[in-house]
Design a protein around this ligand. Structure first.
Ligand code: NDP
Ligand code: 8X3
Length: 252
């Protein structure tokens, strides 16, 4: 067995694709998310396909107590986390700032910023104990530039950008790598969640071009973990060939 990989938000999209590629490459997994039925399904599938060990932890990263309780329930070999993929996150709503919904704003800030911090705060001591580890934060092109109606989502991903840089500085000397991976548009459940379940609006985001897939992102994330001990990829921006940045997408 290679490493122990902890992935937040493994019930869908990037997290689920990461679970698959890491399991295929003989790594054990800790998978988290709020939908326990999906966690169980993913766990059973990976165990039967690849024969790896999988621990599932069902909690909402917005809930500080639940997050620390779940992570402190990890015992024995499950505490030797080699790689933490801080992936759980979402966009909620797509409105100009003057029309924004406070509940959407809180959901994004509490998940993308505070949730990522809670999980990191709970896992970093486990890495410090072993003087090794790798934290991979999922940022976004939305963390590199802001776009119309992206306001609070962009702010939350700019925060992930800042937190990733800050982690890298503060963790110097702890033997812990910090990588930020910043994807552009990739077709997952992301847009469906952003548009509050409106599948038609979600589909339009990907009309007229070939977006990235969750598997594309997972492949790159996996690659960042295969490098020599002394080498750390700090920051990666990924887009499909049809996309240059948050503003320019070439559609048919
Ligand atoms: P999906 O909606 O497909 O997956 C999101 C995952 O996050 C799900 O597993 C969900 O699990 C989990 N999650 C969401 N909220 C919470 C929460 N409060 N507590 C625990 N888990 C949570 O989207 P993606 O795979 O596309 O998104 C993954 C990450 O990538 C996010 O951080 C997103 O911002 C980022 N991203 C996405 C891009 C895209 O175009 N798709 C581009 C750039 C970045 P559950 O619902 O079971 O809790
Ligand atoms: C998701 C990509 O372009 O919707 O982070 O902000 S985008």
């Amino acid at each position: 067995m290679n490493k122990l990989i902890m992935i937040t938000g493994a019930t869908s999209g990037f997290g689920k694709a990461c679970a698959d590629i890491f399991a295929k490459n003989n790594n054990n997994l800790i998978l988290t998310g709020r939908r326990n039925d999906r966690l169980t399904e993913v766990k059973q599938e990976l165990i039967s396909k690849y024969g790896v060990e999988v621990l599932t932890l069902c909690f909402d990263v917005q809930d500080k107590e639940a997050t620390f309780e779940a992570i402190s329930s990890m015992k024995g070999s499950w505490t030797a986390v080699d790689v933490l993929i801080n992936n759980a996150g979402l966009a909620s709503g797509f409105d100009k700032i003057q029309d924004g919904d406070l509940n959407d704003w809180e959901r994004m800030i509490n998940t993308n910023v505070k949730g990522l911090l809670y999980v990191s705060k709970a896992v970093i001591p486990l890495m410090q104990n072993r003087h090794k580890g790798h934290i991979i934060n999922i940022g976004s092109t939305a963390g590199k530039e802001v776009y119309e109606k992206g306001n609070v989502y962009c702010a939350s991903k700019h925060a992930v950008d800042a937190i990733s840089k800050a982690m890298r500085v503060d963790l110097l000397g702890e033997g812990i790598k910090v990588t930020q991976v910043c994807p552009g548009a990739a077709e997952t459940e992301f847009s469906e969640v952003r548009f509050h379940g409106d599948k038609q609006k979600a589909k339009q985001v990907y009309n007229g071009y070939t977006p990235m897939t969750a598997e594309n992102i997972a492949e790159v994330i996996y690659y960042t973990t295969t490098l020599p001990e002394n080498l750390c990829i700090n920051d990666l921006v990924l887009t499909s060939v049809a996309q240059a940045n948050s503003f320019y997408i070439k559609r048919d």
